[in-house]
Ligand binder design. Structure first.
Ligand code: ZN
Length: 105
């Protein structure tokens, strides 16, 4: 019995180039189902507080998706959606804020 140390395990000898740009986040990989790659968390924009259903894809794929989505819905501004958004905006912002505070390192 005792405390097992995980420090230093598996950190060396890997070509994680992105550690330089991403720092600690680079140690945690997340699968992007859009480009089918395991990418460091920093490539996901760090927005784990957003629950819009798109958090399974990386930043690059997200911006691609957004671009397509916007083009597709350009002429279709839904009144209902707008109303829903405005109604829930404060609640959503408060929740996101709370989540961010909780996840602060
Ligand atoms: Zn991706």
């Amino acid at each position: 019995m005792g405390t097992r140390s995980l420090q230093g395990a598996g950190r060396e000898g890997k070509d994680y180039d992105f550690i330089a740009d991403c720092g600690e986040d680079a140690l945690y990989l997340k699968y992007c189902w859009s480009c089918n790659e395991d990418l460091p968390l920093c490539k996901f924009g760090g927005d784990s507080c957003k629950y819009d259903g798109m958090r399974g894809i990386c930043r690059d794929c997200k911006s691609e998706y957004d671009k397509k989505y916007r083009l597709k819905n350009k002429n279709k501004t839904s009144e209902r959606h707008k109303k829903y958004y405005l109604k829930n905006r404060d609640k959503r912002l408060a929740q996101m804020k709370e989540c961010r505070l909780k996840n602060k390192h």
